[in-house]
Design a protein around this ligand. Structure first.
Ligand SMILES: N[C@@H](CCC(=O)N[C@@H](CSS)C(=O)NCC(=O)O)C(=O)O
Length: 272
Protein backbone atom coordinates (compact mmCIF):
# COMPACT_ATOMS: atom_id res chain seq x y z
CA UNK A 1 0.00 0.00 0.00
CA UNK A 2 2.77 2.38 1.09
CA UNK A 3 4.82 1.43 -1.99
CA UNK A 4 1.87 2.16 -4.30
CA UNK A 5 1.26 5.55 -2.68
CA UNK A 6 4.91 6.50 -3.06
CA UNK A 7 5.05 5.41 -6.66
CA UNK A 8 1.88 7.36 -7.49
CA UNK A 9 3.44 10.48 -5.87
CA UNK A 10 6.60 9.89 -7.89
CA UNK A 11 4.54 9.52 -11.08
CA UNK A 12 2.72 12.78 -10.34
CA UNK A 13 6.03 14.58 -9.77
CA UNK A 14 7.45 13.12 -12.98
CA UNK A 15 4.35 14.24 -14.87
CA UNK A 16 4.68 17.72 -13.38
CA UNK A 17 8.26 17.90 -14.56
CA UNK A 18 7.37 16.62 -18.00
CA UNK A 19 4.52 19.09 -18.53
CA UNK A 20 6.40 22.17 -17.19
CA UNK A 21 7.25 24.64 -19.96
CA UNK A 22 10.80 24.62 -21.30
CA UNK A 23 12.90 27.63 -20.25
CA UNK A 24 12.62 30.24 -22.96
CA UNK A 25 16.05 31.53 -23.92
CA UNK A 26 15.87 34.86 -25.66
CA UNK A 27 19.28 36.34 -24.75
CA UNK A 28 21.79 35.39 -27.42
CA UNK A 29 24.59 37.82 -26.52
CA UNK A 30 27.72 37.03 -24.55
CA UNK A 31 27.61 37.72 -20.82
CA UNK A 32 30.44 40.14 -19.95
CA UNK A 33 33.08 38.65 -17.66
CA UNK A 34 32.50 39.63 -14.02
CA UNK A 35 35.19 41.55 -12.15
CA UNK A 36 35.97 40.26 -8.64
CA UNK A 37 36.69 42.60 -5.76
CA UNK A 38 40.34 42.75 -4.72
CA UNK A 39 41.09 40.93 -1.43
CA UNK A 40 41.62 44.17 0.50
CA UNK A 41 38.30 45.72 -0.56
CA UNK A 42 35.22 45.60 1.66
CA UNK A 43 31.77 46.30 0.24
CA UNK A 44 28.46 46.42 2.12
CA UNK A 45 25.10 47.43 0.70
CA UNK A 46 22.84 48.81 3.46
CA UNK A 47 19.16 49.72 3.16
CA UNK A 48 16.72 52.21 4.70
CA UNK A 49 13.23 50.78 4.31
CA UNK A 50 11.38 54.08 4.89
CA UNK A 51 12.97 55.90 1.94
CA UNK A 52 14.09 52.78 0.02
CA UNK A 53 17.60 54.25 0.02
CA UNK A 54 20.80 52.23 -0.39
CA UNK A 55 23.86 53.34 1.57
CA UNK A 56 27.21 51.82 0.67
CA UNK A 57 30.11 51.13 3.01
CA UNK A 58 33.44 50.69 1.21
CA UNK A 59 36.77 50.12 2.91
CA UNK A 60 40.40 49.19 2.60
CA UNK A 61 40.55 46.24 4.98
CA UNK A 62 44.34 46.31 5.22
CA UNK A 63 44.63 49.95 6.22
CA UNK A 64 41.24 50.15 7.96
CA UNK A 65 39.93 53.27 6.18
CA UNK A 66 36.27 53.44 5.17
CA UNK A 67 33.80 55.68 3.35
CA UNK A 68 30.00 55.77 3.27
CA UNK A 69 28.03 56.77 0.18
CA UNK A 70 24.52 58.25 0.63
CA UNK A 71 23.96 57.68 4.37
CA UNK A 72 20.47 58.36 5.77
CA UNK A 73 20.07 60.30 9.04
CA UNK A 74 17.85 57.68 10.70
CA UNK A 75 20.49 55.02 10.02
CA UNK A 76 23.58 57.03 11.00
CA UNK A 77 24.03 55.16 14.29
CA UNK A 78 23.69 51.80 12.54
CA UNK A 79 26.28 52.79 9.93
CA UNK A 80 28.72 54.15 12.51
CA UNK A 81 28.34 51.04 14.67
CA UNK A 82 29.06 48.83 11.65
CA UNK A 83 32.33 50.74 11.06
CA UNK A 84 33.25 50.19 14.72
CA UNK A 85 32.32 46.51 14.61
CA UNK A 86 34.59 46.04 11.60
CA UNK A 87 37.43 48.10 13.14
CA UNK A 88 37.19 50.67 10.38
CA UNK A 89 37.90 54.36 10.66
CA UNK A 90 35.30 56.38 8.73
CA UNK A 91 37.17 58.91 6.60
CA UNK A 92 34.42 60.38 4.41
CA UNK A 93 30.60 60.47 4.36
CA UNK A 94 29.68 61.23 0.77
CA UNK A 95 26.50 62.19 -1.08
CA UNK A 96 25.85 61.54 -4.75
CA UNK A 97 23.59 64.62 -4.75
CA UNK A 98 21.31 66.78 -2.62
CA UNK A 99 18.54 64.31 -1.87
CA UNK A 100 14.86 65.29 -1.81
CA UNK A 101 13.33 62.25 -0.13
CA UNK A 102 15.42 61.89 3.05
CA UNK A 103 17.84 63.85 5.21
CA UNK A 104 21.45 62.85 4.70
CA UNK A 105 23.30 61.14 7.57
CA UNK A 106 26.52 63.07 6.90
CA UNK A 107 25.95 65.71 9.62
CA UNK A 108 25.35 63.12 12.36
CA UNK A 109 28.21 60.90 11.12
CA UNK A 110 30.59 63.86 11.35
CA UNK A 111 29.61 64.24 15.02
CA UNK A 112 29.88 60.53 15.75
CA UNK A 113 33.11 59.77 13.92
CA UNK A 114 34.92 62.98 13.02
CA UNK A 115 34.73 62.07 9.32
CA UNK A 116 34.58 64.73 6.57
CA UNK A 117 31.52 65.22 4.39
CA UNK A 118 31.67 65.41 0.59
CA UNK A 119 29.23 66.59 -2.09
CA UNK A 120 29.60 68.12 -5.57
CA UNK A 121 30.49 71.78 -6.07
CA UNK A 122 27.60 71.99 -8.54
CA UNK A 123 25.03 70.90 -5.90
CA UNK A 124 25.16 74.28 -4.18
CA UNK A 125 25.14 72.45 -0.82
CA UNK A 126 27.60 72.86 2.03
CA UNK A 127 30.08 70.13 2.96
CA UNK A 128 33.64 69.91 4.24
CA UNK A 129 34.90 69.04 0.76
CA UNK A 130 33.27 70.09 -2.52
CA UNK A 131 34.32 67.98 -5.51
CA UNK A 132 34.05 67.89 -9.28
CA UNK A 133 35.23 65.61 -12.09
CA UNK A 134 38.88 66.59 -11.72
CA UNK A 135 38.98 65.15 -8.17
CA UNK A 136 39.43 61.63 -6.80
CA UNK A 137 38.36 60.31 -3.40
CA UNK A 138 40.91 58.04 -1.75
CA UNK A 139 40.53 55.72 1.23
CA UNK A 140 43.46 53.47 2.08
CA UNK A 141 44.94 52.40 -1.23
CA UNK A 142 41.52 52.55 -2.94
CA UNK A 143 40.16 55.37 -5.00
CA UNK A 144 36.90 56.62 -6.48
CA UNK A 145 36.81 58.52 -9.77
CA UNK A 146 34.14 61.17 -10.09
CA UNK A 147 31.81 61.42 -13.07
CA UNK A 148 29.61 64.50 -13.40
CA UNK A 149 26.14 63.15 -14.25
CA UNK A 150 23.58 65.97 -13.97
CA UNK A 151 19.92 65.50 -14.87
CA UNK A 152 18.03 64.29 -11.79
CA UNK A 153 19.52 67.34 -10.07
CA UNK A 154 22.11 69.74 -11.40
CA UNK A 155 24.73 68.50 -8.94
CA UNK A 156 24.49 64.72 -9.39
CA UNK A 157 27.71 62.70 -9.37
CA UNK A 158 28.47 59.06 -10.11
CA UNK A 159 31.35 57.56 -8.15
CA UNK A 160 33.38 54.94 -10.04
CA UNK A 161 35.90 52.42 -8.65
CA UNK A 162 37.57 51.06 -11.83
CA UNK A 163 39.75 48.48 -10.08
CA UNK A 164 36.68 46.85 -8.53
CA UNK A 165 34.47 47.32 -11.59
CA UNK A 166 31.69 49.13 -9.70
CA UNK A 167 29.95 52.50 -9.92
CA UNK A 168 27.49 54.27 -7.62
CA UNK A 169 24.98 56.07 -9.77
CA UNK A 170 22.89 57.84 -7.13
CA UNK A 171 19.51 58.72 -8.67
CA UNK A 172 20.91 59.25 -12.17
CA UNK A 173 20.46 55.63 -13.17
CA UNK A 174 18.14 53.33 -11.21
CA UNK A 175 17.75 49.64 -12.02
CA UNK A 176 15.56 49.53 -15.18
CA UNK A 177 14.73 53.17 -14.51
CA UNK A 178 16.24 56.56 -13.70
CA UNK A 179 15.75 59.50 -11.39
CA UNK A 180 12.85 61.85 -12.00
CA UNK A 181 13.65 65.24 -13.52
CA UNK A 182 10.70 67.37 -12.43
CA UNK A 183 12.34 69.43 -9.63
CA UNK A 184 15.71 70.68 -8.27
CA UNK A 185 16.97 71.90 -11.68
CA UNK A 186 16.14 68.51 -13.15
CA UNK A 187 16.61 68.09 -16.91
CA UNK A 188 15.63 65.01 -18.90
CA UNK A 189 17.98 66.01 -21.72
CA UNK A 190 20.94 66.32 -19.34
CA UNK A 191 20.10 63.02 -17.65
CA UNK A 192 19.92 61.23 -21.00
CA UNK A 193 23.32 62.59 -22.04
CA UNK A 194 24.84 61.83 -18.61
CA UNK A 195 23.76 58.20 -18.82
CA UNK A 196 24.72 57.66 -22.46
CA UNK A 197 28.03 59.51 -22.32
CA UNK A 198 29.29 58.83 -18.78
CA UNK A 199 27.68 55.58 -17.56
CA UNK A 200 26.94 53.53 -20.69
CA UNK A 201 30.55 54.12 -21.84
CA UNK A 202 31.97 52.30 -18.78
CA UNK A 203 33.06 48.66 -19.37
CA UNK A 204 29.94 46.49 -19.95
CA UNK A 205 30.56 44.30 -16.88
CA UNK A 206 30.69 47.31 -14.54
CA UNK A 207 28.28 46.69 -11.68
CA UNK A 208 25.97 49.64 -11.06
CA UNK A 209 24.66 50.38 -7.58
CA UNK A 210 21.84 52.94 -7.38
CA UNK A 211 20.74 55.13 -4.44
CA UNK A 212 17.24 53.63 -4.49
CA UNK A 213 15.26 50.66 -5.53
CA UNK A 214 11.50 50.31 -5.08
CA UNK A 215 11.15 46.72 -6.34
CA UNK A 216 13.69 44.76 -4.31
CA UNK A 217 16.48 44.82 -6.90
CA UNK A 218 20.03 45.38 -5.63
CA UNK A 219 22.47 45.68 -8.51
CA UNK A 220 22.67 45.85 -12.28
CA UNK A 221 25.40 46.16 -14.92
CA UNK A 222 26.13 48.56 -17.76
CA UNK A 223 25.47 45.74 -20.24
CA UNK A 224 22.06 44.97 -18.69
CA UNK A 225 20.87 48.57 -18.60
CA UNK A 226 22.02 49.29 -22.16
CA UNK A 227 19.91 46.34 -23.27
CA UNK A 228 16.94 46.44 -20.91
CA UNK A 229 16.37 49.90 -19.41
CA UNK A 230 12.84 50.74 -20.57
CA UNK A 231 13.52 54.50 -20.59
CA UNK A 232 17.15 54.86 -21.60
CA UNK A 233 17.11 52.46 -24.55
CA UNK A 234 14.76 54.93 -26.27
CA UNK A 235 15.67 57.96 -28.42
CA UNK A 236 16.19 61.30 -26.65
CA UNK A 237 12.81 62.55 -27.89
CA UNK A 238 10.98 59.44 -26.68
CA UNK A 239 12.83 59.62 -23.35
CA UNK A 240 11.77 63.24 -22.78
CA UNK A 241 8.17 62.27 -23.57
CA UNK A 242 8.31 59.41 -21.01
CA UNK A 243 9.82 61.66 -18.33
CA UNK A 244 7.25 64.41 -18.96
CA UNK A 245 4.49 61.91 -18.27
CA UNK A 246 5.73 60.05 -15.17
CA UNK A 247 3.20 61.84 -12.95
CA UNK A 248 4.98 60.84 -9.75
CA UNK A 249 3.72 62.23 -6.45
CA UNK A 250 5.88 64.93 -4.87
CA UNK A 251 8.33 63.27 -2.39
CA UNK A 252 6.80 63.39 1.10
CA UNK A 253 9.95 64.70 2.79
CA UNK A 254 11.12 67.22 0.18
CA UNK A 255 10.27 70.40 2.09
CA UNK A 256 12.31 69.26 5.10
CA UNK A 257 14.98 67.25 3.30
CA UNK A 258 16.23 69.82 0.78
CA UNK A 259 16.86 72.67 3.32
CA UNK A 260 18.56 70.17 5.65
CA UNK A 261 20.66 68.64 2.89
CA UNK A 262 21.79 72.09 1.73
CA UNK A 263 23.68 72.30 5.01
CA UNK A 264 24.91 68.70 5.21
CA UNK A 265 21.93 67.37 7.17
CA UNK A 266 22.42 69.59 10.23
CA UNK A 267 19.46 71.91 9.65
CA UNK A 268 17.30 72.45 12.73
CA UNK A 269 13.73 71.82 11.62
CA UNK A 270 11.72 74.71 13.16
CA UNK A 271 9.04 73.62 15.71
CA UNK A 272 5.69 73.07 13.96
N1 LIG B 1 7.58 58.18 -2.94
C1 LIG B 1 8.85 58.59 -2.49
C2 LIG B 1 9.69 59.18 -3.60
C3 LIG B 1 9.76 58.34 -4.83
C4 LIG B 1 10.54 59.12 -5.83
O1 LIG B 1 10.07 60.10 -6.36
N2 LIG B 1 11.80 58.72 -6.04
C5 LIG B 1 12.74 59.51 -6.80
C6 LIG B 1 14.09 59.38 -6.19
S1 LIG B 1 14.09 60.07 -4.58
S2 LIG B 1 13.85 62.02 -4.97
C7 LIG B 1 12.79 59.15 -8.26
O2 LIG B 1 13.55 59.76 -8.96
N3 LIG B 1 12.00 58.17 -8.71
C8 LIG B 1 12.01 57.81 -10.11
C9 LIG B 1 10.98 56.76 -10.39
O3 LIG B 1 10.82 56.47 -11.56
O4 LIG B 1 10.39 56.24 -9.43
C10 LIG B 1 8.77 59.70 -1.43
O5 LIG B 1 7.69 60.26 -1.23
O6 LIG B 1 9.78 60.00 -0.85
Amino acid sequence: MMARTLSSVARKLTNTLIVSAPIKRTYCGTMPEQTQFTKDFLFRQLFDTTSSTYTYLLADTTLGEAILIDPVIEQANRDFQLCRDLNLCLKFAINTHMHADHITGTGVLKELSGCKSIISKASGAKADILVDESDKISFGRHCLDILYTPGHTNGCLTYYAPEQGIAFTGDTLLIRGCGRTDFQEGSSKNLYHSVHEKIFTLPPATKLYPAHDYKGMTVTTVEEEKRLNPRLTKSLEEFIEIMDNLNLPYPKMIDKAVPANKVCGVFEVPPQ
